[in-house]
Design a protein around this ligand. Sequence first.
Ligand code: ADP
Length: 354
Amino acid sequence: MPQKRPADEGILRVSTPHPDDSQDITLRPQFLADFIGQEQIKANLWVFIQAARNRKEALDHLFLIGPPGLGKTTLAQITAHELGAEFKVTSAPALDKPKDLAGILSTISERTVFFIDEIHRLKPAIEEMLNIAMEDYELDWVIGQGVAARTVRIPVPRFTLVGATTKAGMVSSPLIGRFGIVQRFGFYDTASLAAIIRRSARILEVEVTDDAAEMMAACSRGTPRVANRILRRMRDFAQIATKDAPVAHINAPVVETGLARLEIDALGLEEYDREILRTIIRNFGGGPVGAETLAISISEAVDTLEDYYEPFLIQCGLLQRTGRGRMVTEKAYRHLKIAPAAGNGTHGQDRLLF
Ligand code: ADP
């Protein structure tokens, strides 16, 4: 693998990343060797990157699919580092007018890795411009107005677009068809998350015992961003518990107390996850209930419900998405210690099980 360069060298940030990551910059792996888990994606990408480097060509456009916090932005940045290329990052909602996209594409250099997050939210006019840029490496630009208006085609350097989405189904097929490489992220297993926690702990200079790392990993919703967040909170608890120690020491009792104080349960559910399940049970007889109705009931945006909360609840086997809406499973009743009402699936009173 290539020599390491200093972090963030050659990166131009066009817009801010996920708000959670503002403190996470130092934890973000810079090279494939540091990127833990997602073995198949890594192995494939390694081959494609090496081949593109050997040919001295831009890497084919790359489409990354998966729930938030699983490492899509990180992998895009790593791709740029491994290619020795410039990295530019933006998100679809930040591209308001075609001139915003044209402004970025007209300043990129050869082989730049250009990352667009939430690519399912591109406006049609921008998507059209992007389609041409991805395929022909040209920009359609309108000069003048009214009858005097004419379109000129401006060449842009060969670049790699990395498009990331939590909702692949909402990306149009002409756009998907222009990506040569498509990779789908899955949730991380506990061993990978424990490894991520141990790596982050070394960077943050905090001691973590193996059993504490495992406990935090098991409660991290299969998501590195959550694992890093839990680690930071446990560091706070450990630091306050052992004021005189030179470094914070996170062991199993610290994690046990900390998770209880944060109301994170053994499955990694937070109070809000449980509230979603309880709302479906109490207000909608266990479901089915449509996403919009459910989102209103819990005062949450549909996108956040669908992108952040639901995938993990489904992964845990607590929630099902059916054609008629969302339904809780038997496992959800058991986990919440609520007995299904008589004639489960109809509206009725539920009683608490103890
Ligand atoms: P996404 O773009 O999918 O929402 P990010 O790439 O922003 O996710 O990842 C969130 C955070 O999780 C990053 O800042 C990084 O520190 C950490 N992270 C993600 N994937 C990995 C990984 N495979 N190994 C180590 N840390 C990771």
